[in-house]
Design a protein around this ligand. Structure first.
Ligand code: UD1
Length: 416
């Protein structure tokens, strides 16, 4: 199993390019199932989850080709309408094939995602939405089996704001008969990016980015080319790493308007931030100020940045409260941070973080994607050597993280 070894204590300095967004790329790859023409996606990140999704689509009969950061997906002949357990268990986003398959082929079998490290994460909202659109759903042998002659437009009110449910149903509605209204829809920028891609394919979608999305179904969609938006979580992770180490960095190929709540908190922590249309500059001197954080759906503070801000608060000047409202059990990094000397009390979904003046390197274990990023940040700050085990989680969502951090001056390398 691969590990990362970090010699901490070096402030990050320099420039780094931000990759395309994983959470925009994954649903768009599934959108290729909606047409028999080619969908051409550019700014694709080179990530494990993207490779898993490609494999899943190829197993279904989709032809995929990659050149540089471009991926062409051609779903002219799809002969297997199934997402098997071994794919869904490693990547929950595989459930995003459900909507497109039922909408275009009238049938899909998708494994139920199992228990997941960051909470139970059910798929009931995806299922209820498709049922409202007329699909018949059977749960059999651990699979969701959905059938529909042609989906019909419906008014769907989400009782919880859910990103992938909004995306799944938006894709399904694009080929349904009539109008679908999604109320209390997720407003994440990745939902908007997917809507732009679908519109380029001929879909009729209004209101993406607001609480209400209206989709007027069409009979067929066509091929298109779309450039994937920058990864706001990768952007935020590098910014926090620079702030925590007292560094000064420039992020290229990203934009500030997808990161408002994160930039606000970094400013509160004492960082100086400047941005223009495609870059963000961060300068930090001295010890960070402690900042309270409460996760909530976009545009509020993202749950995918909670662990990284925990790492920042761990070495900040006083105490801060971190409240996780989206996922249960998303504090698994706390125990590992304590191994580095952090002082954190946890009560339910709230962590009280008491800043300490330094951390000490140790061996720690990555438990999920964003928890791993938090440990990398803590390792960059800690005195001496930190070894992070089980870094396959990181490779799911961060493109060449140790190479990018090395470019910024960090002493970090991978061992087998
Ligand atoms: C997406 C992101 C993930 C991010 C999360 C929240 C992708 C591929 N993943 O995950 O990185 O952390 O949004 O911003 O885009 N829920 C239900 N029933 C459902 C679906 C969700 O109860 O059918 C609950 C979840 O358990 C959670 C909440 O809804 O408590 C929000 O989850 P959701 O937005 O669906 O997360 P994902 O789309 O899986």
């Amino acid at each position: 199993m691969q590990k990362l070894v970090i010699q901490g204590g070096i402030p990050l300095r320099g420039e780094v390019r931000i990759s395309g967004a994983k959470n925009a790329a994954l649903p768009m790859m599934c959108a290729s199932l909606l047409t028999s023409d080619v969908l051409q996606l550019s700014n694709m990140p080179d990530l494990h989850d993207i490779a898993t999704m490609r494999k899943l689509l190829e197993q279904m009969g989709v032809k995929a080709s990659v050149q540089g950061d471009e991926m062409a997906l051609h779903a002219a002949h799809v002969d297997k309408l199934e997402a098997p357990y071994d794919m869904v268990k490693t990547m929950r986003a595989a459930v995003l094939v459900l909507g497109p398959l039922v909408a275009r082929f009238g049938e899909a079998r998708v494994s139920m995602p199992g228990g997941c490290a960051i909470g139970s994460r059910p798929v009931d909202i995806h299922i209820k939405g498709l049922q409202a659109m007329g699909a018949q759903i059977f749960i059999e042998h651990g699979y969701i089996h959905a059938q529909a002659k042609r989906l019909k437009g419906a008014r769907i009110l989400f009782d919880i704001v859910s990103v992938t449910s909004t995306e799944n149903l938006m894709m399904a509605a694009a080929l349904a008969e009539g109008v679908t209204v999604l109320e209390n829809a997720a407003r994440e920028p990745e939902v908007v990016d997917l809507a732009h891609c679908l519109i380029a394919m001929g879909a009729k979608i209004e209101g993406a980015g607001s609480h209400t999305i209206v989709i007027t179904g069409v009979d067929r969609l066509h091929g298109a080319a779309h450039r994937i938006m920058p990864d706001r979580i990768e952007s935020g992770t590098f910014l926090v790493a620079a702030a925590a180490t007292g560094g000064s960095i420039v992020l290229r190929d990203t934009r500030a308007n997808i990161l408002d709540s994160v930039l606000e908190k970094l400013t509160e922590a004492g960082a100086g931030i400047r941005s223009d249309s495609e870059s963000i500059h961060l300068d930090m001197t001295g010890r960070p100020r402690s900042v309270n954080v409460r996760t909530a759906p976009y545009p509020a503070f993202p749950t995918d940045m909670q662990a990284q801000f925990m790492a920042l608060n761990v070495i900040a000047d006083s105490s801060a409260m971190v409240v996780e409202t989206i996922f249960e059990n998303r504090f698994m990094h706390v125990q590992e941070l304590r191994r580095l000397g952090a002082r954190i009390d946890v009560e339910g979904n709230t962590a009280l973080v008491h800043g300490v003046d330094h951390l000490e390197g140790a061996t720690v274990m990555a438990t999920d994607l964003r928890a791993s990023a938090c440990l990398v940040i803590a390792g960059l700050v800690a005195q001496g050597e930190t070894v992070i085990d089980r870094i396959y989680h990181l490779d799911r969502g961060y493109e060449h993280i140790e190479i990018k951090l090395s470019q910024l001056g960090a002493n970090i390398f991978r061992i087998k």
